[in-house]
Design a protein around this ligand. Sequence first.
Ligand code: IVH
Length: 686
Amino acid sequence: MSKEPSSQKQSRLTFLKAQIKEHDELYYKQAQPVISDQEYDKLKRELDDIESEIDPLGLFTDSEFDNNTPVKPGFISVGDDRLEGFKSHRHVEAMLSLDNTYDQSDFFDFDKRLKKIFGEEDIDYVVEPKIDGVAVSLTYRKGILETAVTRGNGVEGDIIIQNLLHLQDLPREIVSTDIPGFIEIRGEIYMEHEEFLRINKDRTRLNLPLYANPRNLAAGTVKLLDPKEAKQRQLKIVLYGLGACEPSSFFNSQIAFHEALKTWQFPTVEFVKFVRSADSAWDRICQLDKLRHGYAYPTDGAVIKLDSREKQNIAGHTSKAPRWAIAYKFESERQVTKLIDIILQVGRTGAVTPVACLDPVQLAGTMVSRASLHNADEIHRKDIRVGDQVVVEKAGEIIPQVVEVIEESRTEDVPSFKFPSHCPICNSLLVRTEGEATWRCSDYDCPDQLKGRIEYFASRGCLDIENLGEAVVNQLVDSKLVSRLDELYQLEQSQLLQLEGFAEKSAKNLIEAIEQSKTQEFWRMICGLGIKHIGASASKDLARNFSDWRSLAGAKVEDFTAIEGVGMIMAESLSLFFNDSDNLSFLESMENLGVVLKSDIEIETSRPLVGKTFVLTGSLEIFSRLEATAKIESLGGKVSSSVSKQTSFVVAGPGAGSKLDKARKLDVEILNEAEFTSFLKDIVSQ
Ligand code: IVH
């Protein structure tokens, strides 16, 4: 029996899960991660460690399957990149992720596990570069390209072929006499550095937010809803993996598959090598680390795969990753440079972020002159002082970080950095909530907070107001033309003409763009309010369930949590926002100015299972999980993975465990599969 987890561990667990969920949403759906892969992997590892400490058998955690449970197609858990507006496609063979490590000993442990399974002294592997792009699966029937799909949730992905048709190196046909009848070929879409720079330069000109790195831009491009827009951006593709294949015996090894890809003239990865032992694989991994910057695609590690297909099948996989492959990730590049200054930026939520100004230094292909210092505690912990020589790292090519100080290089007696007690912009007191690392400016009217709110409101992901980027927002706030968000809608052309850089046409265009935003979709309005924890995906869920801002304002915490995708943290944040009279008068004022704050879609009430949430547990025999989910969703219901008071029914098959117990405890109605089937029949015939 597992030990009762200490409340400290439990709250850390809850915190980590919420964080990981948020980062998954940012990475997979929005293609805008805010932390590096390394930091993300660290959170994941900490979560795994705590979970296995407090619940070694995996009995009480959300995921029903531990690493040793055989996986059925419905039980894959690899994140989810699916977005609204895309048609989905079910993979024939699930598209899994890879177990990651930064540790040499983990790699040798992986080899040991396989040796034990196969009772062999040495194992044949293939070592390949790990490409840092966007996973894609191409399907070919009788040699003809049928479609291209993202990984999605591993079982079902989004069809993105329409955004890839301009790729010259994407083979439309396999030209050979010896081809399988059907094949899924997996690979990665990426963007070359030059193209990334070109697009960001254009975006600077248009005042649009910049992409942090080529991967995010590639991910954003494959998920554009307009293929014409995608066509303007040069993407590349490279293939390395085999999914389903008919006949399945067509390839008997990974290396044979690589060779076929080459003969079929697919763009393939370089530096692929067949090796006969873990030691040789390790040598190869080390060589790759030295060469990787020379390849056209961004490479962040090596993937080591069992060569024999037969053995791969025997080794099998967990719900996340195959047991026959592992990714060894390289540490990101580091450089030493001088810290010239520490400046403080105030964001839209008042968060004060310290930023390091550096003597410019070349790092992983770009010149770096700014780096993140995270927060006051981090500066203090690392004892970072202005004038120090510091180590800078560009993890995953996202935001460069100051990792540590070279203390020996501190010759003079420089004072330690004192984090100010007052906002550097408006001079109001900085405050911080207990347990939070971030200091915040306490004045909602602080000009930089306002600038941040307007920029966010106008950004692509919210109201999408063209030409209302950072530079214009700065002018509007500094000139006091706008001192509240709703005043945007009172701007006149003549006022803009007083500002530098505005002419008749540009002023007219901006006024028109602001005017047009009044009728933007409701979810964009919700998102634009910048409510803590409420991003695009939650805003869409809310807009589907509430007809206008007044019904949102009248909702209780339980009304929010009843929505699939809205958890307690989000619900409490919503409740806090809509209970604030200033926010309500702001919304009223927006409405009076003609901003449409309601949904133009019909709120779902007609389908029989609207508002009902199901949890499926144990093994189902009549339906597959996916079929049961599809059935429930087609009738307007939702399927959730965890049981709570909000759950309407738990459908329990043989082998159901902790979820069934929880349902009993919470008095949630339980159906076996036969009861569930007749329940559906009754509903449909009503
Ligand atoms: S094999 C079931 N090989 O990395 C096997 N994946 O972090 C899984 N990736 O989901 C894929 N380079 O998108 C494989 N040479 C390579 C790869 C590679 C990049 C991606 C892939 C995977 C992700 C996991």
